[in-house]
Design a binder for this molecule. Structure first.
Ligand SMILES: Cc1cc2nc3c(=O)[nH]c(=O)nc-3n(C[C@H](O)[C@H](O)[C@H](O)COP(=O)(O)OP(=O)(O)OC[C@H]3O[C@@H](n4cnc5c(N)ncnc54)[C@H](O)[C@@H]3O)c2cc1C
Length: 574
């Protein structure tokens, strides 16, 4: 059974999704068992056969990304998030190679003519054509508008029959192995996407980059010297649409990279959880040491699940058709920011949790840490996410006359009235406090400091993350989580996790917010506009008071992670 859940996309039913996730696990597990992964990582080799196998009849994962109309299965955002998380759990390099085809076909998906879509999307579905997404250049990364690659029209008998591409692309996933390339180049009418075939004269690929991580993914520079593409390969047939087409899909594609952060982080953390049940130190397993679990395991599990709540929230809205034209780009940015920073921190903690063994290759966490690191860089760095988030929500704050986060706080207080156990009141505190901080920034004109603006991005992500986590925990208590959602944790555990995260968010917003409001001003105890930060100080007191019960909740989360029944059993022994 399938249902329409989004703009032209047909979602899988829960059973099909489950079977798909299992099939991916089995296929990758058989094709590249962990020892082979370590060897490929060591040798810096992309297993192209495995990537092609995944994107062919052997596994057919590419079908998820392509609408039914073009021969695919038309997975919705929720499906694709779950699949991306699963692939990342297995290997983020291979996952990147699979996603590159999806990214490469995105400009076609949002901007192609009906004929282009039929031709190019169908051949991905039916023949497993691999794509690369060629946007970044040596001098145009975060600032894509600075791109220098040119597309010069070739005019024959007064009509444009083709374009000559000249320039260089940098850090292109699948750069050395793709069959087709989406290339962003500056045409006379503005930046535009072109589809370029491998083997075109004047088009060459550099050798693979020697990278820190995702060494199972091929990353290469591309050189374009008078490479000719037919005029029909201008995506959409109109010049100047390229940056808009790229922007339109960020809300969606960043959710997929968010899912990579989630998958990588959980893969590392689950290894640490397992390891700590067997490693005996001080006469007991590490899993029984509260100082170990509550530093290296619990906070990371909580952050990852908070990120999941946000991903599922954004995926649900995308599938409800709200993301058209890039309308959910901020939500995509928040999801990516929370999940990739959490994944990165979790993988780092997993190395620490393994002690010296974690620092060796055999235990995998060292590789995962290197792999997951890329997720805070590609598809927009964390700093660009902070900027994207802060700019949009700052506008919302101004437009609403300061009521944007007061409104969210009020919704959360209502939720607290229905579900007093999910941390909603503390999440409301974070939102209310954020409204105060934003207002202090407005009166003090503090966002003229770029650093303050970006730090606001971080606080916003945490406050909104806390709100959505409380919502997800409440849905779990109501038995209303979507069938296709992750169901690893029971409602009580999610509620405890949400309370832990909400406390963290409330403390962070009040404490760090106050710090930047005061810090952006002159020495002397007032903020930049001479406004005393007394109101936000009061919220700091409230955030501190809300920490009561934190350790007991962490005990509860630890018990759930270790499958321990009943009251907290973690000890405080040394
Ligand atoms: C392994 C790998 C695979 C990749 N795959 C692809 C791909 O398939 N296709 C593709 O097109 N690209 C790809 N990329 C490129 C990737 O998206 C870019 O590296 C990324 O967007 C950052 O751009 P940059 O490297 O030029 O860094 P820069 O933009 O130069 O940024 C450097 C640092 O400055 C910060 N910064 C940048 N601008 C600002 C600002 N205005 N204010 C404050 N701080 C700022 C950044 O956050 C970062 O910390 C890949 C990169 C890697 C490493």
């Amino acid at each position: 059974m399938t249902t329409i859940t989004g703009p032209g996309l047909i979602g899988l039913d829960a059973d099909t999704l489950k079977m798909t996730l299992e099939a991916i696990r089995d296929y990758v597990g058989d094709a590249i068992p962990e020892e082979r992964q370590l060897q490929l990582d060591h040798d810096d080799v992309c297993p192209e056969d495995v990537v092609r196998g995944m994107c062919s009849d052997q596994l057919g994962v590419q079908l998820l990304f392509i609408p039914e109309h073009y021969g695919g299965m038309g997975g919705d955002t929720f499906d694709v998030y779950r699949v991306c998380e699963q692939m990342a759990r297995l290997d983020i390099g291979v996952a990147t190679s699979v996603l590159a085809t999806f990214l490469g076909s995105d400009p076609i998906f949002v901007g192609g003519t009906p004929e282009q879509k039929r031709e190019w999307l169908t051949e991905i579905a039916e023949r497993g054509v691999l794509y690369a997404y060629g946007a970044t250049e040596p001098e145009a990364g975060s600032d894509l508008a600075a791109l220098k690659t040119t597309a010069t029209p070739v005019v024959t008998d007064g009509a444009v029959t083709g374009y000559r591409l000249n320039g260089r692309k940098q850090w292109i996933s699948n750069g050395g192995i793709a069959d087709k390339y989406s290339i962003l180049a500056r045409a006379p009418g503005g930046p535009s996407w072109f589809v370029l075939e491998r083997g075109t004269d004047g088009f060459t690929q550099n050798r693979p980059e020697d990278k820190h991580g995702i060494r199972l993914s091929n990353t290469a520079a591309l050189f374009l010297e008078n490479a000719l593409v037919p005029a029909g390969n201008l995506v959409g047939g109109v010049e100047g649409q390229g940056l808009t087409q790229a922007q339109q899909v960020f809300g969606y594609t960043r959710l997929m990279v968010a899912a990579f952060g989630l998958g990588g982080g959980w893969s590392a953390l689950d290894r640490a959880i397992q390891y700590s049940t067997m490693r005996i130190q001080g006469g007991a397993p590490l899993s029984a040491k509260q100082g170990y679990t509550h530093k290296l395991i619990v906070p990371h599990a909580v952050r990852l699940e908070a990120a999941r709540a946000y991903i599922e929230y954004a995926a649900g809205r995308t599938d409800a058709g709200e993301g058209a034209g890039g309308a959910l780009n901020t939500e995509g940015a928040i999801a990516k920011y929370l999940a990739t920073e959490a994944g990165n921190a979790a993988a780092d903690a997993a190395i620490q949790a393994h002690g010296g063994y974690g620092y060796t290759r055999e235990y995998q966490v060292e590789k995962i840490k290197r792999d997951v690191r890329i997720t805070t860089i590609y598809e927009g760095t964390s700093e660009i996410m902070e900027m994207t988030i802060a700019r949009d929500r700052w506008q919302q704050h101004l437009k609403s006359g300061g009521r944007y986060y007061r409104g969210l706080a009020s919704e959360l207080n209502d939720l607290h009235a229905r579900h007093p156990d999910v941390g909603a009141a503390t999440a409301a505190l974070a939102s209310g406090s954020l409204a105060g901080i934003l207002e202090a920034c407005r009166t003090g004109r503090l966002t003229r400091h770029q650093h303050v603006l970006l730090r606001l991005g971080e606080l916003i992500a945490h406050a909104e993350g806390a709100g959505r986590f409380a919502g997800r925990a409440a849905a779990a208590l109501d038995g209303a989580l979507p069938e296709k959602a992750d169901h690893r944790f029971d409602a009580g555990t999610l509620a405890a996790m949400s309370r832990v995260f909400a406390r963290d968010a409330a403390q962070k917003v009040a404490c760090d917010g106050l710090r930047w409001v005061i810090g952006a001003g002159a020495p002397g105890g007032t903020d930049g506009a001479g406004v005393t930060p007394s109101e936000t100080s009061l919220e700091l007191d409230a955030a501190c008071a809300a920490q009561a019960g934190l350790v007991a909740d962490m005990d509860r989360v630890a018990d759930a992670l270790y499958g321990r029944a009943g009251p907290a059993t973690a000890t405080k022994e040394r």
